[in-house]
Design a protein around this ligand. Structure first.
Ligand SMILES: NC(=O)c1ccc[n+]([C@@H]2O[C@H](COP(=O)([O-])OP(=O)(O)OC[C@H]3O[C@@H](n4cnc5c(N)ncnc54)[C@H](O)[C@@H]3O)[C@@H](O)[C@H]2O)c1
Length: 457
């Protein structure tokens, strides 16, 4: 068999796979990365958007109530038609804290589950729930969502939905088999600026879309070395993995603008990482040069750049940098044939409309005209919620869709396409930037799936 025939569509042959396993050492401690080998070929089955009946009162079991989970609980307690029936965390006092929050909000005390890492399974078996919502560390998202769907519940997960290609397929296939929703809660799709851009794109202001430039550029050095919250688990990913580890915040909003999975789809990507310096330098400065954290070898390059091309010929660059001293940014650039929007700070140029050629405009007056209807209606009540209000918006919309039986704004195919970039980028980085095909999780339905509309409150 010649080399070409021996490869799957990610240019991955058995010899490469064995080497990659050895080089990357992407072990089960991080959720089984690498165990799937060249696992990106579509599996059997047919792509169907899950259908569901409206649920009048959404009974929720929540798994993982640390920083972000607790944020979601406070949002959910403000939304009509929600009951928090059960709460699960490996730390009992976090469960008790949420039980108290729920009782304070006037609901009965939810059942508590804190008998270890797999106690969510007992919750799924015992409780009569409509939705299991998880904000646990990344490696738990797939097993929790899968268990939820298999026990007859819809599933919602914090980002990323999965850290492996196999994990993405498992979510898609389980959602299809069970007919349940599996939503990845990408709050950045509900950012005020992102939603305005989406509205402008739908109204044709930017012309035909050509390119996006997005990313997750967030100085997480202190968080990664902290002894609480994400510090407990996130640093391990930087030790073992090199790629675009947190792609969905940047990618979600621009993918919606570009009708990914609804008229277009990600076709292939290439990915390259810089060397790794930031974490070692930070540890040496803060803990001393002889501290094990300063001597640790971190696989993750400080800056990863991934470049995606879609089937319809659009391009997107996705940056990842959580190890450098820098202000926060998701870049949020959308370029069309008629103009460009760019975030951080927001600015815009529309040919024939912007007063001066070659010069950015500020965006205030565009908000007057193009603010998304969801923000017009819910902006005030969302304001005090986490991440500038977008967390409230996403929780509100998911509950609304469950209560009305409407399709979710983001479905399991979006969860898979936006999340799969992490393992594909790792594979590309490990092969000197070789091109990796992105699986078509919709199995062809992207050609006929209707585009996302302008959703209302
Ligand atoms: N969308 C956003 O803007 C945003 C912001 C922060 C975090 N997140 C995501 O939310 C998730 C959680 O992040 P965080 O910052 O809240 O982390 P965290 O460490 O503060 O919270 C995680 C919680 O999960 C619990 N936990 C761990 N394993 C568990 C298990 N097997 N069963 C039950 N509980 C378990 C921990 O005890 C902890 O309370 C991550 O996926 C992260 O990427 C998203």
């Amino acid at each position: 068999m010649n080399d070409q025939m021996n490869r799957d569509h990610n240019g991955c042959n058995r010899r490469d796979f064995l080497k990659l396993g050895a080089v990357a050492g992407l072990g089960s401690a991080l959720g089984g990365i690498g165990s799937g080998g060249c696992a990106s070929l579509p599996k059997t089955g047919s792509a169907q958007m899950p259908q569901h009946r409206p649920v009048e009162t959404v009974r929720i079991g929540f798994v993982g109530v640390g920083g972000q989970g607790t944020n979601h609980i406070s949002n959910l307690l403000k939304i009509d038609g929600v009951e928090i029936r059960a709460v699960c965390d490996i730390v009992e006092k976090k469960v008790v804290n949420v039980q108290q929050m729920v009782e304070k909000a006037g609901q009965p005390k939810p059942a508590g589950y804190s008998r270890g890492e797999t106690d969510y399974q007992r919750m799924c078996e015992e409780e009569d729930l409509d939705l299991v919502y998880t904000a646990t560390p990344w490696k738990w998202h797939v097993p929790i969502c899968v268990r939820a769907m298999k026990t007859g519940k819809h599933a919602a997960t914090e980002v990323p939905a999965a850290v492996t290609i196999d994990g993405c397929w498992e979510l898609v296939e389980t959602a299809e088999k069970t007919g349940k929703h599996c939503v990845m809660m990408e709050n950045c799709c509900y950012g005020r600026s992102e939603m305005m851009v989406f509205n402008m794109v739908r109204k044709g202001l930017l012309g035909e879309l050509i390119h996006g430039e997005v990313g997750y550029l967030h100085d997480l050095r202190a968080v990664k070395f902290s002894s609480g919250g994400e510090g407990i688990w996130r640093l391990a990913h930087s030790i073992k993995r090199d790629g675009n580890l947190y792609s969905t915040h940047g990618l979600g909003p621009v993918a919606q603008c570009m009708d990914i999975n609804r008229g277009d789809r990600f076709d292939y990507l290439v990915s390259i990482s810089s060397k790794s310096r930031g974490l070692n330098l930070y540890a040496a400065k803060h803990f001393g040069p002889d501290d094990p954290r300063a001597k640790q070898k971190y696989a993750l390059g400080d800056i990863n750049v991934t470049l995606i091309r879609t089937v319809n010929g659009l391009t997107i660059t996705v940056y990842h940098d959580c190890s450098s001293p820098r202000p926060y940014s998701r870049i949020n650039l959308v370029q069309g044939t008629n103009g460009i929007f760019m975030g951080y700070p927001d600015r815009i140029y529309i040919e024939g409309r912007s007063p001066e050629r070659d010069t950015w405009e500020t965006t205030e007056k565009y908000f007057d005209e193009f603010n998304h209807p969801l923000w017009k209606t819910l902006g005030q009540q969302a304001k005090s919620a986490g991440h500038g209000g977008m967390d409230y918006m996403e929780d509100y919309r998911m509950i609304k869709c469950l209560r009305t039986g409407a399709p979710m704004d983001m479905d399991v195919y979006d969860a898979a396409a936006w999340s799969v970039v992490s393992e594909l980028s790792e594979r590309s980085v490990a092969r000197r930037g070789r091109s990796m095909n992105v699986p078509d999780f919709t199995r062809g339905k992207w050609k006929t799936n209707p585009p996302l509309g302008i959703v209302a409150a």
